[in-house]
Design a binder for this molecule. Structure first.
Ligand SMILES: [Fe+2]
Length: 435
């Protein structure tokens, strides 16, 4: 059986995988149930994190009203920065620390949920900012204990942040994206109401949808957990444990749904089946990569987003240079999967087919091209940038991009094959343009 072969047990290597569960309620109307959940968690006064773009939407009003109806006091912080920074995390932490809260609610995209995780962390266990940030950029110290309850309510069908223990931000002085990763950051409960995607701009659905697609692809093709060295004890088992049989289930279904629904959801905001389908795909992919981890496309995306200048897509607030996370990921993906296909050709071919590609007659040697082709076809159908050239990068930027990606060692360790800085430079060259 292919799964057994993929996870062959090897002496001295890891034999055990962990399933860290996410508590989830999914469906139209889920947000209105938050009062019950807050009371069940014993909350009396919560900080509600959102951003200015979301603050005026019906979903925030629904959540606030449901909390107040349950006699839960609510203080709103709507200054979350889209694509947060260390400075914006610190501002959110000040609000959290000064408000006397016994719990947290986040209503927004990945930026909002990640900011809420960080504010909860630093308000609960104050420390120098770099203490918990991933090594080697930060100290990578583990979170000392449980955080206060956090109910996450995603408003985009993308990041899966409501299911993960990660919080991503730009470290301004280093011009690099990095993050904090620990199981304790995983929200206590995710309330996922797919109706919130009804009003999302097409470009936001596209960018966040490609993030979903790449979460699933990267989790499915990551280094199998059985190829990682056995940890010295269960406490040292990394959250990014590699591909495993639990995550595979979510990956396959997330890919199938993304193949069926992403283009439809972008093209027609009224296509409820497609928009709901993408929301569930995002949830499944979030559960999957929250238990396995991502690899090269996400590692490369950090510097693509961190070094961006002069690019600002439609549908995003403000006018400063910004590269939405999903775009920074997907522009790298075809180049990566052309390289990684020989490590698990059957999985790459299966993924190409799940995304709608025609793989009839394709052999193992065709797997990379088939999967790249499926992704590129979807990028073209949804108006994505044609590789990093369209984002403003040229040959003169390749070394800096690769240097930034090489700093993401925690993510690169999950790659199905080892890469050095020269390899990363070649991957960026392969991502220059696709059509
Ligand atoms: Fe992502």
């Amino acid at each position: 059986m292919s799964c057994c072969h993929h996870y062959e047990l090897i002496d001295g290597k890891e034999h055990v995988f962990a399933v860290d569960p996410s508590a989830i309620r999914f469906g139209p109307g889920a947000l209105a149930e938050i009062g019950h959940d807050a009371r069940a968690l014993g909350l009396k006064r919560v900080a509600l994190f959102t951003d200015r773009g979301v603050a005026g939407l019906e979903c925030v009003a629904t959540v606030s009203a449901a909390l107040r109806a349950a006699d839960v006091d609510v203080a709103v912080f709507d200054e979350v920065r889209v694509e947060p920074t260390d400075a914006s995390f610190k501002a959110a932490t000040r609000f959290a620390a000064e408000g006397g809260f016994d719990g947290y609610v986040s209503v927004g995209g990945g930026s909002v949920i990640d900011t809420c995780k960080a504010a909860n962390l630093y308000a609960t266990y104050p420390a120098e900012f770099l203490t918990y940030v991933n090594a080697p950029i930060g100290d990578g110290r583990p979170v000392p204990g449980p955080l206060k309850p956090h109910i996450a309510c995603p408003t985009t069908s993308g990041t899966g942040s409501e299911c993960t223990g990660m919080a991503i931000f730009d470290l301004l002085e280093r011009h690099v994206k990095t993050g904090i990763a620990h199981r304790a950051l995983r929200p206590t409960l995710a309330l996922i109401d797919p109706d919130v995607t009804r009003t999302l701009p097409a470009n936001v659905v596209a960018a966040s949808g490609f993030d979903v697609l790449s979460h699933a692809l990267e989790s499915y093709t990551a280094k199998p957990y059985t190829q990682r060295s056995a940890p010295d004890g269960p406490a040292l088992r990394p959250m990014y444990q590699g591909a495993n049989p639990w995550s595979d289930v979510g990956c396959v279904e997330a890919l199938r749904r993304t193949g069926a629904y992403l283009v439809r959801a972008v093209r027609d905001a009224g296509d409820t089946e497609a928009r709901h389908g993408m929301m569930y795909a995002a949830t499944l992919a979030g559960i999957a990569f929250g238990n396995s981890g991502v690899h090269l496309p996400h590692g490369m995306a950090y510097s693509v987003a961190g070094l961006i200048r002069g690019y600002h897509p439609d549908g995003y607030p403000g006018d400063e240079a910004i590269c939405p996370h999903g775009i920074s990921v997907i522009v790298d993906a075809p180049s990566v999967f052309r390289l990684t296909a020989p490590t698990s050709p059957a999985r790459h071919l299966q993924a190409a087919a799940l995304l709608g590609g025609d793989v009839a007659g394709a052999g193992q040697e065709d797997a990379g091209e088939a999967l790249a082709g499926s992704i590129i076809a979807m990028m073209r159908d949804t108006g994505m940038p044609n590789g990093i050239t369209d984002l403003g990068y040229g040959e003169g930027d390749i070394a800096a991009l690769a240097e930034g990606a090489y700093a993401q060692q925690r993510i690169l360790a999950n790659s199905p094959l080892p890469v050095n800085e020269d390899d990363l430079q070649n991957l960026y060259r392969g991502a220059a343009s696709y059509w």
